[in-house]
Design a protein around this ligand. Sequence first.
Ligand code: MN
Length: 266
Amino acid sequence: MALEDYRKKRNFEKTPEPEPRLGPTRKKGDELFFCVQKHLASHLHYDFRLEWNGVLLSWAVPKGPSLNSADKRLAMQTEDHPFDYGMFEGVIPEGYGAGIVMLWDYGTWEPESEDVDAALRKGDLKFRLDGYKLKGSWVIVRTHGYGGAPNSWLLIKHKDDWSGPIDITDFAPLSVKTPNADFAEILQGKTPDLWLSNAPARSGDTGAMFKKIIERALSMSSGNKHEDTKRTKPNKRKTSAAKETAPPKAPPKAPQKSTTKRAPKK
Ligand code: MN
């Protein structure tokens, strides 16, 4: 699979995103990698990526994955990304995807469909995830023209020990790479003032979110620690809801503590 679309959309002089490398980056027999990058750009979305044939198959999920098997989350397939992109977290100052990228989850995946390439062609891939936040059995299924869009799929959690009525994006909103960092902490020190007059989104909910994050990043940079207490925490109702339902059994951990995962090195 080619990474030409990925390359064409980016100017590697200007973006911190990795340039595709030549040659194989993975050995046969390695476990397959998956990740979800929470991406605050012109709109907030979650980029869901599955390693396959040396690249990361990619879908933008506007509402993010849901652990509730009754939810069907729209997932727009986007250009394949290089394997090295999988652990990327940072700030894209301008151009395509300008905004803040948080590594929201990562881990390994394994197919439940027998023939992955055939399943992808058919548009119905079943798989298991083993991440910090997302686990168990899932399916991603092509919808054939939802709203006329040819690249639209639905990401759905299968009912199992890891499904349940919990809003995982709300319950576990922070980074798994920089332990518990939020968008403002990722932006801190990366010249947030650059965006004071020219944020990737300036109106609506996303514009308001950017404004708050930029202000918080600036105040952290200037040493105002008091602002740190403003970080979003799950409210009590949601916390008790999480206790009533089984998942997630293990709370999100700092990725550094895991030695069993085969995650790409940065
Ligand atoms: Mn994105």
